[in-house]
Design a protein around this ligand. Sequence first.
Ligand code: ZN
Length: 213
Amino acid sequence: MTKCMICGEPTNTIYDEQLGVTFYHCDYCEFIHQDPTSHVNQVKEKEQYDHHQNSFENQGYVDYLQNFLDEYVLPLEKEGIALDFGSGPGPVLFELMKHHFHEVRHYDPYYHPDEGYKEETFDVITSTEVVEHFADPLKEFHHLKNLLKKDGYLVVMTSFRTMDISAFLSWWYRRDTTHISFYHMKTFEEIVQRVGLKIIKHNQKNVIILKRA
Ligand SMILES: [Zn+2]
């Protein structure tokens, strides 16, 4: 029996015939995690990221992140120091945030593995399209919480699982096999309790704003 990585309850095993991958689904917090034995290795993972068209040459992507900033980050009215955690191959959001914060840092395990950010605390941390790659979400969310200033915000973008399990098995988002952790709103409710955060706002779709509890 595999226990849920978030809440510790027993999970249901789901075999995805299309992908040939096993997922574990928790009935209690609705978290879904890909079986660790099918997690892609780091070389393959990086290859996958290298193919993402995430740079300033992709205007659609730049606009997408600018909208994210305008809609979710700037209304927080913070201007001190920000961190983009998991900034990817072309650190677009990091560059965009420089227009709005006095100081901005970024970290990416593959493209900018400078761990200097660990020595600081932040008014705002953004993490877009990152948490679905977490192999140990509770540990990572705990880490991010500890990097927040007392009234700092953590703004997360990931596609929430809003559909049932049968629809999950045809969801495009799971087809990227580097996506290993899938969050339902109930999952976030469980995570914040365990990690010491609270939910400030979400859009029911792909953005959630958290704050230290
Ligand atoms: Zn659970």
